[in-house]
Design a protein around this ligand. Structure first.
Ligand SMILES: [Zn+2]
Length: 231
């Protein structure tokens, strides 16, 4: 047995790696999530349906080529725990592994064909300082490993803090989200096909605002991928 593998098994014995959903120790060969929980995740299958509920969120607003979401964000439920782990409990490695697993599931469908850049939804700098990482960049890193498509995390910036949205009216919230994202100066995305990546899609407002910002840089083709989708 190689020393590294031996050390890994030894640390697993004393500090078992746990599945974020069922809290059981992960077996050898399991990464990020246990096999049982992975199979139980309720897949959306949205990538097969051009008129999926996710695709309909963007209809008539900004042209979105393809949409994909791995699983439904059930509440309360298993998938919710997984997203919370990735976002709030330091599960960045797990986010990367789930991104990679999903990309491998999607690859045979041709979903990634023609896509030449992965753009994770950026966090506001103050949120990034507080959390220490952007979960979308970690999800994108997993997709990059599976597909070989380059991650371009310096194309889009979050410039307006939207943390206190709960105290605002609908119009102010829309305005905040709408103007929250800016692109890098003199960015030319003509003839590019970008895949926007977020952890969860709910109303589609965040992805829409990001897509609109990118679209001003030479009308690129834009597709969207999230791990979870609210039902
Ligand atoms: Zn599990």
């Amino acid at each position: 047995m190689k020393a590294g593998l031996f050390f890994k098994e030894l640390t697993d014995l004393f500090f078992p790696r746990l599945c974020p959903i069922c809290r059981q120790a992960l077996n050898r060969g399991e990464e990020g999530i246990c096999t049982t929980c992975l199979h139980r995740l309720p897949r959306t299958g949205y990538h097969r349906d051009p008129f999926s509920p996710m695709a309909q969120l963007f209809l008539g607003k900004v042209p979105i080529e393809r949409c994909a979401a791995f699983f439904f964000f059930t509440s309360p439920g298993d998938a919710r725990q997984l997203i919370h782990h990735i976002k709030y409990h330091g599960g960045k490695q797990c986010g990367s592994i789930i991104g990679e697993i999903y990309a491998h599931e999607l690859l045979p469908s041709g979903f990634f064909d023609g896509i030449d850049a992965l753009v994770p939804v950026p966090l506001h700098p103050s949120k990034l300082r507080h959390r220490g990482y952007n979960q979308c960049e970690w999800i994108a890193a997993g997709i990059e490993r599976a597909t070989g498509i380059e991650q371009c995390s310096d194309w889009l910036y979050h410039t307006r803090n939207t943390r206190s949205q709960t105290r605002k009216g609908i119009y102010d919230r829309w305005l905040d989200t709408h103007k929250a994202y800016e692109t890098a100066p003199e960015l030319d995305l003509s003839r590019r096909h970008i895949l926007l990546i977020d952890d969860v899609v709910t109303t589609g407002a965040t992805l829409l605002a990001c897509a609109q910002a990118l679209y001003t840089c030479g009308n690129p083709r834009i597709s969207c991928l999230t791990l979870a989708a609210a039902q």
